[in-house]
Design a protein around this ligand. Structure first.
Ligand SMILES: [Zn+2]
Length: 205
């Protein structure tokens, strides 16, 4: 049974991949979606993912890795991430022999009532699409969504990760372009949360 890990390059999905590679021995397929939109965070996330994948392969165990891209950069609105993830997870699950589990890095601590519904909606979107493949006799009969870091809060996620992986993981939604690349804005919600966790845990983040 293969587990597909949807890897954004943030702390939570990185912890998800790390935990599964460390604590399970079944095949893992990590997949990153280059979500290109007006926020301009695709480059930073991809750099993070490349470093994370290389580190995990070197220090943990081999696994399959793939990428896809959704380019919405010419739209005014910013499309909803969880729908893109459900859509892509469906295509990748079909492409992954024996894929019976999909892992995503959602934390219970981050879930209010609205986001809990989002998580259910994400599975429903996936199920609706997956049925069309099953009608063609493709894919596994059952696919379960798992949440390996669900019980952790952000501080526990940060503490779980080795320092190098923590440093690679990217959180900022609106990176600022600089002369030699980009930097975190320090102002968006994930940036502020990361700073708060760094201060509370005394970890370099
Ligand atoms: Zn930011």
């Amino acid at each position: 049974m293969t587990t597909l890990v949807m890897l954004s390059g943030g702390l939570d999905s990185t912890a998800c991949l790390y935990k599964l590679l460390l604590e399970t021995d079944g095949p893992i397929h990590a997949h990153h979606i280059r979500l290109i939109n007006r926020e301009g965070r695709a480059r930073a996330e991809q750099d993070a993912v490349e470093a994370i994948v290389a580190w995990c392969r070197k220090h943990l165990r081999p696994f399959r890795y793939s990428e896809s891209a959704l380019d919405f950069s010419q739209l005014e609105a910013i499309p909803i991430d969880w729908m893109a993830i459900a859509y892509v997870a469906c295509q990748v699950a079909i492409d992954t022999p024996g894929c019976r589990r999909i892992a995503v890095g959602i934390l219970a601590a981050d879930l209010d009532e609205t986001r809990r519904r989002v998580s259910e909606s994400q599975r429903r979107v996936f199920d609706a699409m997956y049925r069309y493949y099953r009608a063609r006799k493709l894919g596994e009969p059952e696919v379960e969504w798992i949440y390996p870091v669900y019980a952790l809060d952000k501080a526990a996620v940060a503490a779980l990760l080795p320092a190098e992986l923590r440093a690679f993981a990217w959180s900022c939604r609106r990176p600022v372009t600089t002369e030699d690349g980009y930097r975190a804005c320090g102002e968006c919600k994930p940036c502020r949360k990361r700073a708060e966790v760094a201060q509370a845990t005394k970890l370099a983040l």
